[in-house]
Design a protein around this ligand. Structure first.
Ligand code: ADP
Ligand code: GN1
Ligand code: MG
Length: 357
C-alpha cells in the first residue's frame, strides 16, 4: 500500500521538504499535494502502466513540445502545460520499489477541476481546451510515442475482454448481471466502426490524449477558461474521435459517473453542442469528412466502451479501477449504459446539429 511508504522520504529525492496530503479524484494513480511550495506528487499505477520509462519519456517530450508552442503564442508554459520536476539525480521519476514509483509536477494553482457541477459554458471551454491540445500536437511525430497501454481504445478487443470475463466469471457475479451483459453484447455491433476507419485510412491517426474526462482539464478560477490539459499518461497515437467522444461521456451527462439513481442520468444535447462548438473552433480546419460525420457516434462509442470496461472489471473482481464501495463498478456500468441508450436515440438529431456548426 502506498501509505506504508514515507512520502516525506520520497519528496527528499526531489529536494522537496514540506507537508503532504492526498489530493484529487482519479481512478488510476494516487495523487498528493504538498503545502508550500505546492507540488503535485503522484504514485504511478505500475499494475496498469508497465513501462514507466516509456510513459515518462512520452510525457517529457510532449510537454517540451507544447512548451515551445505556448511560448511562441505568447502564453505561460508553466500554467498551460504540465512541468515534470526532476529528482536530485536528474531522473524524471523515482522508483522506491516496483510498486512504489513516483513523479512530481509543478502544481498549477488558481485553477479548479470540474467533477460534476458544470455548465454548458464550461463544456465550451473544455472543447476548446482539448481541441487546442490536439491542434498544438498536430505536427508532433505520432509514431515516435510509446504505446503506454496497448489497444487502449480498440473497442472490439474490449468486447473480447468482456466475453472472457463472462466466461471465467472470477468473482461469481455473471448470473446477477445478465441484463447488463445482454445490453453490452447486443450493442457490440457498432464496436468496430472507428478501428475499421483507421484500418481503411478514412480516419487518420493523430496524437491524442485518450482520457479526456472533464476532470483531466484545469480551468482558470477567474476566467473559467480551460488552462491546462493534465493526466497525460495515455497520450499516444489515436483517433480524435476517442478524445471527442470520451469528453462527452462524462461532460454531457446530467449526473455523476457513478450516480445510482438512473432517473437523474441523462445525455444533455445542449452540452454536446457547446462542447462541439468549442472543439471545432480549434480543430474545424483539420478534420476529415468521416471524422465530422462520426462526432455524435463517438460519444456513444466511448461511453459504451467505458461501460463495458466497468462491467468487465466488476466481473473480474474489481482489479483495475479504484472502487469506494462494493458494487461501484456495476453502478458505473449501469450509469454508462443508460447514457448509451439516450445517445442512440438522439444520434440522428445530433448529426443534423453538427452540420449547422
Ligand atoms: P488520475 O490518473 O488518477 O486520474 P490525474 O493526473 O488526473 O490522476 O490527477 C488527479 C487530480 O489531481 C486531477 O483531476 C486534478 O484535480 C489534480 N491535478 C493533477 N495534476 C495537477 C497539477 N499539475 N496541478 C494542479 N492539480 C493537478
Ligand atoms: C480512468 O485516470 P482517470 O481517472 O482520469 C481511465 C479512463 C476511464 C476513466 C473512467 C488509464 O481515468 O480510461 O475512461 O477512468 N484511465 C485509464 O472514469 O484507464
Ligand atoms: Mg485523471
Amino acid at each position: 500500500m502506498a501509505n506504508q511508504v514515507d512520502l516525506n522520504e520520497i519528496l527528499t529525492k526531489f529536494n522537496i521538504k514540506t507537508k503532504i496530503d492526498p489530493y484529487g479524484n482519479g481512478h488510476i494513480n494516487d495523487t498528493y499535494c504538498t503545502e508550500t511550495p505546492k507540488y503535485l506528487l503522484q504514485r504511478i499505477n505500475t499494475n496498469i502502466f508497465r513501462d514507466v520509462d516509456g510513459l515518462m519519456e512520452n510525457i517529457e517530450r510532449v510537454t517540451a513540445f507544447l512548451r515551445e508552442k505556448i511560448i511562441a503564442a505568447g502564453g505561460n508554459p508553466d500554467r498551460e502545460t504540465l512541468t515534470v520536476i526532476k529528482t536530485a539525480e536528474g531522473e524524471n521519476y523515482y522508483r522506491y520499489d516496483d510498486e512504489h514509483v513516483y513523479r512530481v509536477y509543478k502544481f498549477i494553482g488558481d485553477t479548479k477541476s470540474i467533477e460534476n457541477d458544470k455548465t454548458p459554458d464550461d463544456l465550451y471551454e473544455a472543447g476548446k481546451g482539448f481541441g487546442k491540445f490536439q491542434r498544438m500536437l498536430a505536427d508532433f511525430p505520432a509514431d515516435t510515442l510509446h504505446e503506454t497501454i496497448a489497444d487502449f481504445h480498440h473497442t472490439p478487443k474490449r468486447v473480447e475482454a468482456l466475453k472472457k470475463a463472462i466466461a471465467e466469471d472470477k468473482a461469481g457475479r455473471a448470473a446477477s448481471v445478465s441484463e447488463e451483459i445482454k445490453f453490452a453484447l447486443d450493442n457490440a455491433v457498432f464496436a468496430d466502426v472507428v478501428v475499421n476507419g483507421i484500418a481503411d485510412g478514412s480516419i487518420p491517426l493523430r496524437v491524442t490524449h485518450n482520457d479526456t474526462k472533464i476532470n483531466n482539464i484545469l480551468f482558470d478560477i477567474k476566467t473559467g477558461a480551460a488552462e491546462c490539459v493534465i493526466d497525460l499518461d495515455t497520450v499516444m497515437p489515436g483517433s480524435m474521435l476517442y478524445d471527442f467522444g470520451d469528453a462527452l461521456r462524462m461532460g454531457a451527462s446530467t449526473a455523476a459517473e457513478d450516480e445510482t439513481d438512473l432517473d437523474k442520468v441523462h445525455f444533455d444535447s445542449e452540452i454536446f453542442a457547446r462542447f462541439a462548438q468549442g472543439y471545432l473552433s480549434e480543430m474545424r480546419g483539420e478534420l476529415t469528412e468521416a471524422e465530422l460525420n462520426l462526432l455524435p457516434f463517438s460519444a456513444k462509442l466511448l461511453t459504451y466502451e467505458c461501460g463495458i470496461r466497468f462491467l468487465t472489471d466488476y466481473l473480474n473482481g474489481d482489479t483495475y479501477f479504484k472502487i469506494h464501495r462494493e458494487h461501484h463498478n456495476l453502478d458505473r456500468a449501469r450509469n454508462q449504459f443508460k447514457l448509451v441508450a439516450e445517445m442512440a436515440e438522439q444520434e440522428a438529431a445530433l448529426c443534423e446539429l453538427v452540420k449547422t456548426l
